[in-house]
Design a protein around this ligand. Structure first.
Ligand code: PHB
Length: 394
């Protein structure tokens, strides 16, 4: 017999979606248990996204535990679009009535959330093996897992599937329930973390004949840079020297220099757009990457995950205070309205800034016209800015 435990909301996955949800529920007096198959150390070290929308920053601050983010996060009020070797600033502050973004790494967010959960006596089970979900269509769904050789089960009122694109929750929904919309891109990003002071105060998104490049950062000492590459690019083909050479070419601009430094980490990521509809089956609610993936060009993945669980936490709180399922029933449709707008934006940024293997000269001229338009029309720049800083939360 498995060791059995009872909770109100069982959460699969201790990424940003799972931990934010768990803490939001705790603040409303709702009990949850988070089950994660990786170790705490792994998730707190893995380099992922780094751009937080204002709404994400506000939510993390309201939840408590945002002190380090306030201190160490870098607040930016614009980005640069660079093409034809020239930079054009998109001024978020002026175009959005004072809004900006904060550069603060996802793994730092996770450290803060794990600490906040521990301080509140929260239960997160790391390194859980063979995690599975059951009885989704009943009022007591359950999560099973193994840990240190023993079998466990958590009996819940609801389960939140926050276990990412490759997680077990979405595939546990019977066939025919979910429609998946997907688009793969014929390129990837080669990303590096470098011991080098960022060569620009703000992010630089570059369109170049040889492909997209991005200058980002993690701190005043650490740069984060990306290069468009083949989706199956072999990282072993890229010596540090070759990476810097290519970045120098793509980012070059008269009177500007890219500072190099020791490469601390490098890797290749594929790019896809993906949406699963609906984001619910019975008492299982999908949130974050388990329900949708955006290509990283708009820096939206983490922010979208946080927006989902904000809606879910409210709906669950409404259920526990009134007994009404009405907000839970609206969860999927409400999230998907935002999800599709963010999909549109991420696809648009990706399409505008990358070279496509099957493009013809017309496409390339059109991309350049798009960049010219977005950097010379206030209306177009405003549209980019309002999406980049984050569409309003409901
Ligand atoms: C990052 O810093 O990792 C980053 C920034 C902006 C993006 C994507 C990734 O659009």
């Amino acid at each position: 017999m498995p060791i059995s435990q009872r909770t109100q909301v069982g959460i699969v996955g201790a990424g940003p979606a799972g931990l934010v949800l768990s803490h939001l529920l705790h603040l409303q007096g709702i009990d949850s248990v988070v089950i994660e198959n990786r170790s705490r150390e792994y998730s707190e070290q893995r380099v992922r996204a780094g751009v937080l929308e204002q709404g994400t920053v506000d939510l993390l601050t309201e939840m408590g535990g945002g002190e380090r983010m306030k201190k160490e996060g870098l607040v930016h009020y614009g980005i640069e679009l660079r093409f034809g070797g020239k930079g054009h600033r998109i001024d978020f502050q002026e175009l959005t009535g004072g809004k900006g973004i904060t550069i603060y790494a996802q793994h730092e967010v996770l450290k803060d959330l794990n600490n906040a959960r521990s301080a509140a006596g929260g239960q997160t089970i790391f390194e859980a093996e063979n995690v599975s979900v059951h009885n989704l269509n009943t009022s007591h769904p359950k999560i099973r897992y193994e840990k240190d050789g023993g079998a466990h089960e958590v009996i819940c009122d609801f389960i939140a599937g926050c276990d990412g694109f490759h997680g077990i929750c979405r595939p546990s929904i019977p066939p025919g329930v979910i429609v998946e919309y997907e688009r793969e891109y014929p390129f990837g990003w080669l990303g590096i973390l470098a011991q080098a002071p960022p060569s620009s105060e703000e992010l630089i998104y570059t369109y170049h004949d040889r492909g997209f490049a991005l200058l980002s950062m993690r701190s005043p000492q650490i740069s984060r840079l990306y290069l468009q590459c083949a989706p199956d690019e072999n990282i072993d083909d890229w010596s540090d020297e070759r990476i810097w050479q290519e970045l120098q070419i793509r980012l070059s601009s008269p009177g500007w220099a890219l500072t190099e430094g020791a490469i601390l980490q490098k890797g290749v990521t594929g790019m896809r757009s993906f949406v699963a509809e609906p984001m619910q089956y019975g008492r299982l609610f999908l949130a974050g990457d388990s329900a949708h993936i955006v290509p990283p060009t708009g820096a939206k993945g983490l922010n979208l995950a946080v927006a989902d669980v904000r809606v879910l936490a409210r709906a669950l709180a409404h259920f526990y205070s009134t007994g009404s399922q009405s907000l839970l029933d609206e969860y999927s449709a409400k999230c998907l309205r935002r999800v599709w707008k963010v999909q549109r934006f991420s696809w648009w940024m990706t399409s505008m800034l990358h070279r496509f293997p099957d493009e013809n000269p017309f496409d390339q001229r059109r991309q350049l016209a798009e960049l010219d338009y977005v950097t010379s029309s206030r209306a177009a720049a405003k549209s980019l800015a309002e999406n980049y800083v984050g569409l309003p939360l409901e």
